[in-house]
Design a protein. Structure first.
Length: 139
């Protein structure tokens, strides 16, 4: 499976890429929103891990543009924004799930429900039960 990580923080990006590759995913990395949007529209990814706070084009805008274009790729939105209203905004914009930074890498994919799990329209309901992703940790 091929995953696109759109993340501008080098340490976070390295951690995500390393973890996904260790779980046998093929991973591409984009360091800003414009590059991420371009890759996401040119390549058929199985899923995207998308940071909200990106240079050039923020993650929420990337997400909205992808959904407006008809993309149904599974998208996990990452953010330091912890308020429930931000989570709701991200999910309403089309994210399949929302993960608050700083998280433990293993909490992101116990076998990766996001990419191996139920069809996109069923996934949101099961994600709340299967992920323990509001686990605060340090890098």
């Amino acid at each position: 499976m091929r995953i696109l990580v759109i993340e501008d923080e080098p340490k976070v990006a390295r951690t995500l890429v390393k973890g996904l590759e260790a779980d046998h995913f093929a991973v591409d990395l984009a360091g800003d929103g414009e590059e991420g949007l371009q890759l996401a529209t040119e390549i058929d990814y199985d899923g995207i891990i998308l940071d909200w706070n990106l240079p050039k084009l923020d993650g929420l805008t990337v997400l909205r543009k992808l959904r407006k274009s008809g993309s149904n790729m599974r998208i996990l939105l990452l953010s330091a924004r912890k308020d429930v209203s931000d989570r709701v905004c991200g999910l309403q914009a089309g994210a399949d799930d929302y993960l608050v930074n700083h998280f433990h890498l293993k909490s992101c994919w116990p076998g990766s429900t996001l990419f191996y799990g139920a069809p996109r329209n069923c996934w949101i309901n099961s994600a709340w039960k299967t992920w323990s992703w509001i686990v605060c940790g340090t890098w």
